[in-house]
Ligand binder design. Structure first.
Ligand SMILES: Cc1ncc(COP(=O)(O)O)c(C=O)c1O
Length: 433
């Protein structure tokens, strides 16, 4: 559809009723249609403005319609739109070098791909191939994508038909902070050890989100990952971190493994690194996996695209130039302080928590029969108050992954509108939800 057609269309309702039926109804879409974005805000076809608390799907981290991103995309479109898979471009080589410098602990080697799920698939394929074993351990509450292979190691694993063999679930530590001494940690380490012992000769790798996002926003502490790293080393198993959400600065370091002081064999990234375009990658630890191990060819149409290299290089330069790692820590602290303060006033907010610009809180709705319905209702009221927010964990948790360019005024707006949302939500909580 052309912009002109959108201008002529009167509203969200008219657009949805005219065109909605041509899309697959794979989920319940919002009842608004976005037509424009600028910085942390987006506008719908009826002219309403919203603060986008999740930078799209955690991707537009330098804001919507960022002029620098637009310039890079125009430049690359006008110079080198695409290459054949076995020919490299200068932007890709430069971006790989920059990632190497951001991840010095890993002596990093990178392949650029398109989506998070594609990168997880690629990573697991190599992990199994190199170890010559089929088994993968993952968190019971982890999320790694929706392809057959990635969903098999995610919380939706039960929906996969046929089930993928040699998929082992280990309990995620359900802790919110650096609770290094929680008995929960010991129990989870022990269970991981038992799984490895039960089928050592078949297990190639363990894959984890270092911050468990969709499964409830939990923060397994350093002690947990230190123990897991040792068990993996002792049993010749790869450790893979899925940093699709935590990678590229969101938590205040380039990668979250750097805060955990636990160096994995592979890191998978997506989302932020593409600035809103489909870019993902697998970063391999060149210190633990030799070049020669990648003798198995990987050949797909959109690997190592020039635009991916151009965007990643631009992002890394912008993070350096704007000191965004430090800024994200400060902005995250502001966001968390707002949530903590509102939690004192509104009992419906429980467990505000966060690391950098990755924050969440639980909705405490004891009277509600259906947590998903209650979460939907909360997000609906937030939308009516100008906030685009998302729930996860079956509606029980609201997560916030705003863009790195959110400023004081944006957080103040958020605080005021969230307060209104909470007042309304709390007053209208009924068992029918
Ligand atoms: C931790 C994690 N891994 C993998 C994925 C899959 O990424 P994509 O949706 O780009 O396939 C996601 C997406 O939400 C994610 O959050």
């Amino acid at each position: 559809m052309h912009a002109q057609e959108i201008d002529k269309a009167e509203s969200n309702v008219s657009l949805l009723s005219a065109y909605g039926k041509y899309l697959l109804p794979v989920l319940t879409f919002r009842d608004i249609v976005l037509v424009r974005g600028q910085g942390c805000y987006v506008w719908d076809a009826s002219g309403n403005k919203y603060l986008d608390l999740n930078s799209g799907q955690f991707c537009s981290i330098l804001g919507h319609s960022n002029p620098g991103v637009a310039r890079r995309m125009v430049e690359i479109c006008q110079t080198l739109q695409h290459t054949d898979t076995s020919t490299l471009s200068a932007p890709v080589l430069q971006a790989a070098r920059k990632i190497h410098d951001c991840a010095p602990e890993m002596n990093a080697r990178t392949i650029f791909l398109s989506t998070g799920a594609e990168a997880v698939e690629c990573c697991l394929k190599y992990a199994k191939h190199i170890k010559e074993r089929p088994g993968i351990i993952s968190f019971d509450r982890g999320y790694h994508g929706l392809t057959h292979g990635t969903a098999a190691y995610s919380l939706s694993r039960d929906k996969i038909r046929p089930p993928v063999d040699y998929s082992y679930e280990t309990p995620a530590p359900l802790v919110y902070g650096d609770a290094d001494d929680a008995p929960e940690i010991e129990r989870c380490i022990e269970r991981f050890r038992e799984i490895v012992a039960s089928d050592r000769e078949n297990i190639a790798a363990a894959i984890f989100e270092p911050i468990i996002s969709g499964g409830g926003f939990f923060f397994p502490p350093r002690r947990y990952f230190k123990a897991i790293r040792k068990i993996c080393d002792d049993n010749d198993i790869f450790l893979i971190f899925d940093e699709c959400q935590t990678g590229f600065g969101r938590t205040g370091s380039w990668f979250y493994y750097q805060q955990l002081e636990c160096i994995p064999d592979f890191v998978v990234c997506a989302k932020a690194m593409g600035l809103g375009y489909p870019v993902s990658c697998v970063i391999v630890n060149g210190n633990t996996i030799a070049h020669v191990k990648f003798a198995m060819e990987y050949f797909s149409s959109h690997q190592n695209e020039a635009f991916a290299g151009a965007l990643v290089s631009y992002l890394i330069d912008e993070i350096h130039a704007g000191d965004l790692l430090t800024i994200n820590k400060h902005s995250g602290a502001t966001l968390l302080a707002t949530l903590t303060s509102l939690a004192r006033e509104f009992p419906v907010i429980k467990n505000p928590r966060g690391k950098g610009l990755m924050c969440a809180f639980d909705l405490d709705t004891p009277g509600a029969a259906d947590s998903k319905k209650a979460g939907d209702y909360f997000c609906r009221i937030a939308q009516d108050n100008g906030l685009l927010m998302q729930h996860c964990n079956f509606g029980k948790t609201i997560r916030l992954l705003p863009s790195y360019v959110a400023e004081k005024d944006d957080f103040n707006f958020f605080s005021a509108q969230l307060e209104k949302t909470l007042s309304h939500f709390q007053a209208s909580l009924t068992p029918s939800l």
